[in-house]
Design a protein around this ligand. Structure first.
Ligand code: KIV
Length: 262
């Protein structure tokens, strides 16, 4: 069955968890699609993971379009989510639309953009022109220089800011909200407040679904391992087994557990 924006809203309304993994090529797209992963995120994590660079900032529009085309060839049913790349959408809603159009023409079904309430105008502009948008709030990796590192966001009084971001983006028409590295209690409050499915990464178990970077959950990324990462290959005999274990753990809410949560 083809996964659409409507499927995601239905799953969330029924309390069924949504699974998302990053994906950058046709072979993995086919494997993840067959396993039943609902969303394949062609993330700008392809910089660190595929290119060996130390942040997502240098990933280009052309590189993103290239990897989306590869994933689109391998996936039959999954919804393909493409990351908007740093510098290609922040200037104006018009710049964002031109970038989003390229990603949709390459095969993405939805685009993801980082940033809080100030991205509401751009979100509305894209949505009104037929581009489904996934907002990315909390720890937004393109802000690594501004944050002074990859740090948990929304702790204590700062939680109100992240909640306000989620509300503004939901109101602007976002179809999905990714929350990265925020306290579990805040992620739960946001999920209960906004009428949009939420996907967590380091955001506890009470979001509408979960995402991990594929190479992290397979234990093959050589870089630093974040607290929220679980290596599903350790107990599985194969890549297919690890992906099935991830899907099962997300669906039955055993991942993430307390040890993967802030
Ligand atoms: O690029 C990426 O992989 C992401 C995830 C961390 C959500 O944005």
């Amino acid at each position: 069955m083809k996964i659409t924006v409507n499927t995601l809203h239905k799953l969330a309304a029924e309390g069924q968890k949504i699974t998302m993994l990053t994906c950058y090529d046709a072979s993995f797209a086919s494997l993840l699609d067959e396993a039943g992963v609902e969303i394949l995120l062609v993330g700008d994590s392809l910089g660190p993971v595929m290119q060996g660079i130390d942040s997502t900032l240098p990933v280009s529009e052309d590189e993103m379009a290239y990897h989306i085309r590869c994933v689109a060839r391998g996936a039959k049913n999954a919804l393909i989510l493409g990351d908007m790349t740093f510098g290609a959408y922040q200037q104006s809603p018009q710049q964002a639309f031109a970038h989003a159009a390229r990603l949709l023409q390459a095969g993405a079904h939805m685009v993801k953009l980082e940033g809080g309430a100030y991205m509401a105008e751009t979100t509305r502009f894209l949505v009104e022109r037929g581009v489904p948008v996934c907002s990315h709030i909390g720890l937004t990796p393109q802000f690594v220089n501004a944050f002074g590192g990859y740090r948990v966001q929304g702790r204590g009084d700062d939680g109100q800011r992240v909640l306000n971001d989620a509300k503004a983006l939901a109101e602007a028409g976002a179809s999905l909200i990714v929350m990265e590295c925020v306290p579990a209690a805040l992620a739960k409050e946001i999920t209960e407040t906004v009428n949009v499915p939420t996907i967590g990464i380091g955001a506890g178990v009470d979001t509408s679904g979960q995402v991990l970077v594929l190479h992290d959950m397979l234990g093959v990324y050589p870089g630093k391992k974040a607290k929220f990462v679980k290596n599903f290959m350790e107990e599985a005999g194969s890549i297919q087994g690890a992906v099935q274990a991830y899907i099962k753990a997300v669906k039955d809410k055993t991942f993430p557990s307390a040890e993967h949560t802030y």
